[in-house]
Design a protein around this ligand. Structure first.
Ligand code: TXA
Ligand code: MG
Length: 368
């Protein structure tokens, strides 16, 4: 694997700008190739970009303390530069350098959930450039629970800014092939560590509010947080039906994860949902359109028409979370104009799954 670099030096890769060659390197998370990891770290230290797996989704990493690296991230993703990046660390003690102070409750959450799918927001220190925080006085920090992510952060100097490694607006990547689709030719390296475990981005908790506030729901839900620190609230912008109330996390206001097709979510009892999806599918097919359906193992056989994709099983809600973004991407390649999806108000991750699904649907929902 190290041979890659003797053929094509890192400096050469950087000079190529937009048309750079992106090295895709497969690495077993249980058997880290230290040589290659050192090279990946060197790319970050020199201001380059490396995509890597985390337990949630793949991230697009750059040195968080280097304003120009942040600029490169925005440009590779085509992301609005007012949308701040999450800084990833590998040691709790590294937090001090980038934040002003860490409240007791945040320490407790870190103890309970780091490394893990939790991001916390604090007032930033001077060391964090505004380029990384999208001009904000606060910084979002997370310690991911993935051996390749932790090794890369350490090799890269300890502070890695990483948004999800997708083109802005597309579904977040849960496999290295998704990253390749979106970012090949625009970044220096992709570390391919296989499919991610969770499949939805981290829960974001804002510690700059009186009461710790969830800005983005994820695998770690409100009751899991409250079991550790007591009362936690949910950003009004996330749950309000009033379109004047904006979410506090800038990224939550963009139409995200948007598939090319028109997506509608159908909510209700299983029988009523299936009947409604069958009826609407028939209607669209008669109008001459191609239709996709997002179903589960339990409901697959209820749909005789359309391109039916199985997202997972309701008996294991994790399977639904893990496959959501991948299924949306598959439909982009399938040429359908309409997609109907069942709703997934599952017990633990339902809020996070429905948040992403409804965003992908531009909030189009039918209750039956
Ligand atoms: O699971 C994850 O969090 C993944 C992996 C790669 O770690 N990362 C991720 O990053 O989802 P990104 O950039 O796609 O989403 C970051 C979200 C955006 O909605 C952004 O607006 C919000 O976090 N955010 C970041 N810094 C913030 C801040 N200082 N204040 C409020 N929201 C912030
Ligand atoms: Mg993202």
């Amino acid at each position: 694997m190290g041979a890659v670099f003797s053929i094509l030096g890192i400096a050469d890769v950087k000079r190529k700008g937009e048309k750079m060659e992106t090295k895709v390197i497969r690495m077993d998370p249980a058997q880290i190739d230290q040589e290659t990891m050192k090279k990946a770290g060197a790319i970050l230290k020199q201001g380059g970009l490396v995509a890597f797996p985390t337990e949630t989704v793949y991230g697009l990493g750059g040195n968080a303390l280097d304003e120009q690296a942040a600029e490169k991230i925005y440009s590779a993703k085509g992301r609005p530069s007012d949308n701040p990046l999450i800084v990833h660390i590998a040691e709790f003690s590294d937090l001090d350098r980038i934040v002003q102070e860490v409240p007791e409750k945040a320490k407790k959450l870190a103890e309970a959930f780091w490394p893990g799918p939790l991001t916390m927001i604090f007032p930033k220190s001077k060391e964090v450039p505004y380029g990384t925080t999208g001009g904000m006085e606060t910084v979002a920090v997370r310690m991911p629970n993935h051996p390749l992510a932790l090794a890369l952060i350490r090799a890269g100097g300890g502070y890695v800014a990483a948004p999800s490694a997708n083109t802005s607006g597309r579904p977040s990547p849960t496999r290295a092939s998704h990253v390749e689709e979106d970012l090949c030719g625009k970044i220096d390296m992709i570390l391919d560590g296989g499919e991610v475990g969770i499949g939805l981005e981290s829960t974001i908790v804002d510690f700059t509010e009186e009461i710790p506030t969830i800005l983005r729901p994820g695998y770690i839900n409100q009751s899991m947080l409250e079991a550790v620190i007591g009362s936690v609230q949910i950003d009004r912008g996330l749950i309000s039906s009033d379109s004047e109330v904006h979410p506090k996390a800038p990224g939550m206001k963009y139409r995200h994860y948007a598939p090319k097709a028109n997506l509608t979510v159908v909510e209700g009892t299983p029988e009523a949902v299936q009947e409604e999806i069958r009826r609407r599918t028939r209607e669209k097919i008669e109008e001459g359109f191609q239709v996709g359906i997002i179903a589960t193992e339990e409901s697959l056989s209820a749909y005789p028409e359309g391109i039916v994709k199985c997202i997972g099983t309701r008996k294991q809600e994790e399977s639904i979370a893990r496959h959501l973004f991948g299924v949306l991407r598959e439909f982009d390649d399938s040429g359908v104009q309409y997609i109907f999806s069942e709703a997934f108000d599952t017990p633990q991750m339902g809020q996070a799954i429905m948040n992403r699904l409804l965003k992908a649907a531009g909030q189009q929902k039918i209750k039956v």
